[in-house]
Design a binder for this molecule. Sequence first.
Ligand code: MTE
Length: 324
Amino acid sequence: TGVLMLIKKAEDIRSSEITPKSLYLNRRKFLAGAAIAGAAAATGLGLREIVSPSATVLAGNKIDGIKKSPLSTTETVTPYKDVTNYNNYYEFSTEKDEPAKLAQKFRTRPWKVKIDGLVDKKQELDVDTILKMAPPEERIYRHRCVEGWSIVVPWVGFSLSELIKRVNPTSKAKFVEFSTLLDLAQMPGQQRNVLQWPYVEGLRMDEAMNPLALLCFGMYGEELPNQDGAPLRIIVPWKYGFKSAKAIVRIRFTDKQPINSWNISAPMEYGFYSNVNPNVDHPRWSQAKERRLGDFSKRPTLMFNGYADQVSSLYSGMDLKKNF
Ligand code: MTE
């Protein structure tokens, strides 16, 4: 019990949590399909624009000038409703349907991000200054949780390297550490010791500089919903989802490997690298397969979550069973 049991393997997710939703979605898709296709033809908008939530989500926080990225997958995007109501965000709750409610009033402005450690100039940047550092791109990535479920999300952001280049880490910096906001008043989950707070994650510098690593502030053409990590998070698509820290307030450059929160809570289960690897089982379950939210059956999990071409050279010569 306790922390170890909080992460559910795919088999433990009650089928009632998955099946009715997919049935519902499939039926809706079928019924809506003809109407949507007709509308797309009539308006000249692409199918994706009509199906995407920009028309239905009325937060009014559309991001302008988003460029499409060649790094996107062409796989079917997971419905917005599923992605924003099935979240791991332990600062709010360990239940997946609760962050959507509990994070509703979370204040994401004003928001400062501290840049420190081994950099030329330690500084505090306003999140809106960071957002202007490079043009926003849509990156449709596969996102694979260590628990065995996966989603395909059109994130909005730009390569983390754009920020790193601008803040000038020194030549001694070998790693970069990300910390989430610590705020017990706003984040009720932090009153429980399920993890060490604040949530800390880290990357090796060459991983962080890989063009796939995304500094993310939006999804589906809009600003990130709070439950998905607003106002700023990272997305590291070749690693298990827990590496992709939400609500970042500090980016620290260091010469030592950062100690990530999940590694502290269960060192035998969650390592520093956490690369998606179907050949290395979690001590309590296999990682060979995954269930895409909305699907009935499982599909094989791909090495580095399908991003091997872009990232496998980062790990050449490393024993991936040891460096899990
Ligand atoms: N970041 C913070 N700060 N707190 C968290 O609990 N959960 C991680 C990751 N980032 C988490 C976090 C896990 S386990 C996953 S799978 C992803 O966020 C889920 O991201 P999503 O809710 O946007 O799909």
